[in-house]
Design a protein around this ligand. Structure first.
Ligand code: CTP
Ligand SMILES: C[C@](O)(CO)[C@H](O)COP(=O)(O)O
Length: 267
């Protein structure tokens, strides 16, 4: 990401061959990253909001911003902060030499926060990567792979890994506390555990969010919203270190991964 100002810049244009081989002006792709960071981190346990919890002495959010900003394709980063914590997050990013990152207030759900982040993007942004602050250790190669697939024309891209466990589908028990009846075992070779950043053509993602907001329906990831539009989502390889810090044990693992990186790579 360039260290120029994050404010909107005039659209660049590139001459590209049209369908009949003629040359037509098309806006050059400008890729932004939206980082939802407005969650409380209830599953991680008591403490500061999850994105502000320390990992190797640095807030998780700062790791996540640096991880996506390292990608060459990303020219703008928007952080979606807790609505009552925008000034604090602004200050934190300034302290960590990230003044060019935009900070906007988030909403009640992840879906609301992503929608608010999208609304803050300048008009010339044509591609968007949505990345959880809670995935602070995503390798830059994964970010690059997602951005490249969008640049190559995929309207929606998810990084994902095969699922190591056998997965059961259950039916909610009739009485809370009763054992859960198993209703099926999906074919594991066809399952993928989905990570972030998820990459999108900007208009496709905005349409998907508008539709889900209208229908008042919750979906746990952005690609799931695009699927509802009937638009194809494709998978690129994810990475084991792009895991989400959700529960206390995840933080132990993240500290270990970071310590190993610092010992071997120097950061
Ligand atoms: N209202 C919300 C809820 C979540 N998120 C963000 O979405 C990402 C993935 O969500 P998750 O891991 O579920 O975070 P939390 O909602 O904070 O966790 P929990 O459900 O345990 O409270 C996180 O970076 C989180 O900050 C957000 O921006 N706004
Ligand atoms: C977007 C996501 O990280 C993809 O795995 C995930 O769906 C977020 O879910 P959560 O319910 O906010 O943990």
């Amino acid at each position: 990401m360039s260290h120029a100002s994050a404010s909107a810049s005039p659209s660049a244009s590139a001459a590209v061959p049209g369908p009949a081989g003629a040359s037509a002006a098309r806006p050059a792709a400008r890729t932004a990253a939206v980082i939802p960071a407005a969650g409380r981190g209830v599953r991680l346990g008591p403490g500061a909001p999850k994105a502000l919890r320390a990992l190797g002495g640095t807030p998780m959010l700062v790791h996540a911003v640096r991880a996506v900003a390292r990608a060459r394709a990303v020219s703008l980063v928007v952080v979606v902060a807790p609505a009552d914590g925008v000034d604090g997050v602004r200050h934190l990013l300034d302290e960590h030499s990230l003044p060019e990152v935009l900070v906007v207030p988030g909403g009640e759900t992840r879906q609301d926060s992503v929608r608010l982040g999208l609304a803050a993007l300048p008009e010339d942004v044509t591609a968007v990567l949505v990345h959880d602050a809670a995935r602070p250790l995503v390798p830059v190669d994964t970010v690059d792979a997602v951005a490249a697939a969008v640049r190559d024309g995929a309207p929606a891209v998810v990084p994902a890994l095969p699922v190591p466990d056998t997965v059961k589908e259950i039916r909610p028990p009739e009485r809370p506390g009763d054992p859960e009846p198993v209703v099926g075992t999906p074919e594991r070779s066809l399952l993928r555990a989905v990570q972030t950043p998820q990459g999108f053509d900007r208009l496709t993602l905005a349409d998907a969010h508008a539709r889900v907001a209208r229908e008042g329906d919750g979906v746990t990831d952005d690609a799931g919203m695009v699927e509802r539009l009937g638009v194809e989502v494709v998978v690129v390889p994810g990475h084991a270190e792009a895991f989400k810090v959700t529960r206390p044990l995840d933080l132990v693992l993240a500290e270990a991964v970071l310590a190993r990186r610092r010992a071997t790579d120097g950061f």
